[in-house]
Write a protein that binds this ligand. Sequence first.
Ligand code: R5P
Length: 286
Amino acid sequence: MAEKLLLKSPNCADLGLKAEPIELKHFPDGESYVRIPVEAKGKDVVLVHRCYPEPDPSLIQLFLAIRQLAEMKAASITAVVPYLPYARQDKRFLQGEAMSSETVCKMMKEAGCSRLLTFDCHFLKKEGDFSCGGMPTTNVSLGPKVVEFLKQGLENPLVISPDEGAAYLTEKEKEKGVMKKVRGDYGKGKSAYREVAKLEAKFDVKGRDVVIVDDIIAGGSTMVKALKLCLEGGAKTVRCGAVHGLFLNDAAARLSSGGASQVACTNSIKSSLSKIDISDSIKMLL
Ligand code: R5P
């Protein structure tokens, strides 16, 4: 078996991994500079790299690092990307839309990546091993960790997923419910964001402590509507969480002013609401 080499990007310094740092800098025009400062020849290399915030340059850095490791003749190259960006466009809603999720995976494969490890990849919707655009991919769920964190101190809470795609996150729960979600059209102008047109709950939340868990809180439209629906339905308390917290459009503030008694997510993306650490989950995969 080949010797292992664990590498981390500077944007993963907080994850407490015993790994060699790779160098990331920028040229004056903003382009990325990447350097692998250690010998990788013949080694089984694992590179841990966050691809958010700034998904576009972070992905370019990932492609450059993988390509360089391949040119250094690493025996294998595993990329650990805690939050995989571009995972939400896995379907064409309008003719001619680019399938960004598949394209990103294909580009990783083409650069020389042997395996991708990620958490709660949006388009996979379950744990397991997959081939995404030809890229061997292992998807691990942090859903149970988020649920466990949010349930702390509650007696018999009702655990809810705000849409069918997120139902796998809560499937081990005894007391659970799944909402039905319909997205609207793209907004006007240049935004590719589709607001939630309708959210329905066909279960009783009256007097219950409710925990809502999704894979992603992005623009917050889903979680804010799910919270409102639960409070209007008479829930006693509502806690909201996700694996990946992007918290765009003041989503965190909208959740707290909307009545959420707690909001939490993992540090797959770093924010002040990253309460659940993914370091051990990464270590278990290596
Ligand atoms: C979508 O199907 C996902 O599971 C999330 O519900 C979604 O990405 C959240 O997006 P937003 O916060 O913008 O509603």
